[in-house]
Design a protein around this ligand. Structure first.
Ligand code: FDP
Length: 342
């Protein structure tokens, strides 16, 4: 080692961080959840674990969504795969994945899902209730268009240990302690809030991790994109008809993917409004309060946007039924105010 004395100077962490040889990869979801755990009033770590469980299940669903076309090639629904298992539709698969992930840790006492008629009774000791649409926009799966998962997390009202009660399940949206969505799009993103702003994470498949890509997301106050299924225009109320005409008179852009999460996400980033009003076919609107609208309403409000049923705030609606529907106006606050005033 003569003449080869190693330097014991400390490496300069700032120069390493800014090195152009290897770009920093940013903050991983796990690290972000951990760093922000204290913001949550019941900082016991259970909510953090739930968010991690949801993220993990979403990675598995993402893998399955990505091979959706292949599943069709390899065997239609109703046939069996090589292991002899029945091939399932993707929304059923997603429901199984999320239910399993959420049941495992024991934090959840009950799960409300679009895929189950009644709520799923899990662990009486669990402190949380979850409402989830495991795969929203499922009519878009077959045609390779973006789809999503939507989830709401509530703290149970009754004491843990006792059987779950109606008051635990039928909570108003404003009682949510966290909510989020996963968008399986041109890239896969997880966006969530715990009531302290909204943050978005993009999935890096080769590393198998979500990384913070959209910190502190803010919806513009106003926008020029309107998303509504105009095929039902004949049965819109006069107010909605007038608003659609208003958008046309202003030369706004019409964009309707027909996948709620994808339409919402675009409007969150660019400014816009998504409307699913009452129609002749769906007199109370089509979308479900508990596992579609509440989560997106919470996220919209946390990101400077607004969500109503045309009359009142979505988060103030008292649910009477697990699968209750509601008209839904969500997006940039000025646009929501305008449509609600007509
Ligand atoms: P889907 O029926 O494909 O699951 O949540 C229901 C939903 O999709 C939304 O994602 C979407 O915005 C809406 O319904 C589309 O409904 P229409 O086809 O009636 O426009």
């Amino acid at each position: 080692m003569k003449g080869m004395q190693r330097s014991i100077n400390k490496a300069n962490s700032t120069s390493i961080e800014s090195s152009r040889i290897a770009q920093p990869i940013g903050t991983a979801l796990d690290r972000f959840i951990k760093n922000n755990q204290d913001q949550f009033q019941y900082a016991s770590g259970e909510l953090s674990q739930l968010l991690r469980d949801i993220a993990l299940a979403s990675k598995v669903v993402n893998r399955e969504v990505n091979k959706a076309g292949l599943i069709d090639i390899m065997g239609a629904v109703g046939s069996t795969n090589t292991a002899g298992d029945q091939q399932q539709k993707l929304d059923v698969l997603a429901n199984i994945r999320f239910t399993r992930a959420l049941a495992k840790g024991g934090e959840v006492c009950a799960l409300v899902s679009e895929e189950s008629e009644t709520f799923v009774d899990l662990n009486n000791d669990g402190k949380y209730v979850i409402a989830i649409d495991p795969l929203d926009g499922s009519s878009n799966i077959d045609v390779n268009v973006s789809i999503g998962t939507i989830f709401s997390i509530y703290r149970r009202k009754s004491n843990p240990g006792a059987p779950i009660q109606k008051i635990d399940i039928l909570q108003k949206g404003k009682e949510q302690v966290a909510a989020g969505y996963i968008l399986y799009g041109s890239s896969t993103m997880l966006v969530y809030t715990t009531g302290h702003g909204v943050n978005g994470f993009t999935y890096e498949a080769s590393l198998g991790e979500y990384f913070l890509s959209h910190p502190d997301m803010r919806m513009p106050d106003d926008g020029k994109i309107y998303s509504i299924n105009e095929g039902s225009a004949n049965s819109f109320s006069t107010g909605i008809k007038n608003y659609v005409q208003f958008c046309k008179d202003k030369n706004y852009t019409g964009r309707y993917i027909g996948s709620l999460v994808a339409d919402f996400h675009r409007n969150l980033l660019k400014g816009g409004i998504y409307i699913y009003p009452a129609t002749a076919k769906d007199p109370s609107g089509k979308l479900r309060l508990m596992y579609e609208c509440n989560a997106l309403a919470f996220i919209a409000e946390q990101a400077n946007g607004k969500a109503t049923n045309g009359k009142i705030r979505i988060l103030d609606i008292q649910p009477e039924d697990l699968h209750q529907r509601t008209p839904f106006h969500v997006g940039s606050r000025k646009m929501v105010d305008t449509v609600d005033s007509l």
